[in-house]
Each structure stands twice: as C-alpha cells, then as structure tokens.
Design a protein around this ligand. Sequence first.
Ligand SMILES: NC(=O)c1ccc[n+]([C@@H]2O[C@H](COP(=O)([O-])OP(=O)(O)OC[C@H]3O[C@@H](n4cnc5c(N)ncnc54)[C@H](OP(=O)(O)O)[C@@H]3O)[C@@H](O)[C@H]2O)c1
Length: 284
Amino acid sequence: MAHVIDGKAIAKEIRARVKEEVEALKAKGVQPSVDVVLVGEDPGSLQYARSKERTAGKLGIEFRLHQLPESASQEEVEGLIKRLSDDPKVYAIMLELPLPKHLEAGRVLELINPAKDVDGLNPASLGRLAAGLPCFAPNTPQAVIRILEHEGVELLGKRAVVIGRSVQVGKPLFFLLLARHATVTVCHSKTRELGEITRQAEVLVVAAGRAGLVKGDMIMPGAVVIDVGTNVLEDGTTVGDVDFDSAKEVAGMITPVPGGVGPVTTATLFENVVEAAKRNSGVA
Ligand SMILES: NC(=O)c1ccc[n+]([C@@H]2O[C@H](COP(=O)([O-])OP(=O)(O)OC[C@H]3O[C@@H](n4cnc5c(N)ncnc54)[C@H](OP(=O)(O)O)[C@@H]3O)[C@@H](O)[C@H]2O)c1
C-alpha cells in the first residue's frame, strides 16, 4: 500500500520558507512584489488573481493588479507588458490566461522579460531551461520537483516517464528531470503500448488531462507516482489522471488529487516571486 504524499503539508512548508525569505529581504530594504496583468472579466482568472493576492498578503509580498478592459487591443496589452518588463521597480510579472479571444497570447508572452517571468511562460524561459541557463520554470513542473525533493526521491540514474508533452507541463518537466540526471521518456497521445513504457518507470509523472488513464497494472511495483491531472467529472468531483484506488495498491508513493500537486503549484509560484526579487534587486 503506497505512502500517500500530502501536498498541502508540503505547500505549507514552502510558504513558511518563502515568508522567512521575504522578511530577510525586507530587512535588507527590498520589498518583494508581483505585478499581475488581467485582461477582461473572465471569472475564473479574476478569482485566481484574488486568491493569489490573499496569499501574497499573508506572505508579506506586495501585489499589484493591472486590469485592462475586455476590449483592450493587442497594442495596449503589449504596451503594458513592455512597460512592466522595462521598469526596474517591477521584479515579477504574471499574465493571467486565457486572454480574450481577439488577443494573441503567444505574442504577449514573448514580451515578458525572462528575468521577471515567474510563471515561466515566455518561450525564451523554456529555451533557457533547455540550455541549463538561469530561468524560471513553470510552476507545475517545479512543484513536481519540489514534491520529489521533499519525499527524498533520488533522481540520479532513475528511469522516469512523463505522460504529456505540453509546453507548460510535460516539456519543462523533461528538462528538469534530465538536469537531475534521470533517464527520461516522454509519452503523448500517439505513444503506442503506453503501459509497457510506464511499467518501466521508477518515477512516473502523469499530466495528460485524462481521468483514470493510468491504472494499477500500468505501474511498476514500488514506483513513485505523481499525478498532475485535474479532471472535473460530471458529478462535480475532481479526479486525477491516475486511477488512485488500483494505483495505490502497487505504487510506493503517490500524490492524491485533489491535495497533491495542486497546492504545491501555488506555493512554488511565490518561491519564484521571492527569487525574482532577490535577483532583480541585486541582493542575490
Ligand atoms: N495540478 C496543477 O497545478 C495543474 C497545473 C497545470 C495543469 N494541470 C492539469 O494537468 C493536466 C495536463 O495539463 P496540460 O496543460 O499539460 O494539458 P494539455 O496541454 O492538454 O496536454 C496534455 C498532454 O497529454 C497528452 N495526452 C493526452 N491524452 C493522452 C493519452 N491518452 N495517452 C498519452 N498521452 C496523452 C497529450 O498528447 P499530444 O501532445 O499528443 O496531444 C498532451 O501532450 C490537465 O489535467 C491539467 O488540468 C494541473
């Protein structure tokens, strides 16, 4: 029976560490801050921005929301991002997605200064990650790494399998695992014999967005299973991509959904905000 990893407890530890670092920076005269750009009225994005504002407040981080109307033009949004990217008093930038349909998010993301791109969404950040240069990784893959570190999972020489190759999760995770000397295989929707590959994984990370994709018989006994998926079923319950009941009988460790990767993801965001304040204020 697998050890069930407590994502909420890990997130709490990360937040406590972030708070200490914020206080240490303030003592040196640096006020960590984050500038969040929200275009339009998407209720989900607004709610997410507000929840980040509350957490920032608890951690002592200054939160500045820049709200543009739904009708904002591409030039207006790009202008705001450029201004924030160039402003030396701005340490960290987040752009709430999705943008209204008439706007091209890709072009806007490319304008976020990589040194302030705490969500790691500028393609240049992924390029820097691939090249092993200082950068911010997207929060979800970073959260997966924090969980593995917290649980004392040694990656050197381990066989890791990632299901999913998205720019936000699967690909950055590939580079993060590779940088820690794992032997990494990335699977996707065209992968044949998925189970044969996953059964070789000592560390299996699933980020496909398909409820119940990975069943117990696809897992190597004793493997570490990290379930990134979040799928809301018709009855309103949220489940992961891993069939938890059958998987927990085989795995050595497993993250639940909810209460696994999700809470840690939000905490790592603030880890990046503090790191950006250090780097961009010249303190670190
Ligand atoms: N917990 C968190 O904090 C958090 C954060 C972000 C995302 N998520 C969740 O993580 C999941 C993945 O997110 P994402 O943004 O990476 O999704 P995405 O952009 O839709 O990518 C899904 C990936 O999974 C692959 N895939 C889909 N069905 C598959 C199958 N049957 N077998 C093998 N691979 C399959 C796709 O392959 P192709 O490339 O071939 O299409 C794609 O690479 C979603 O459930 C999302 O809600 C959670």
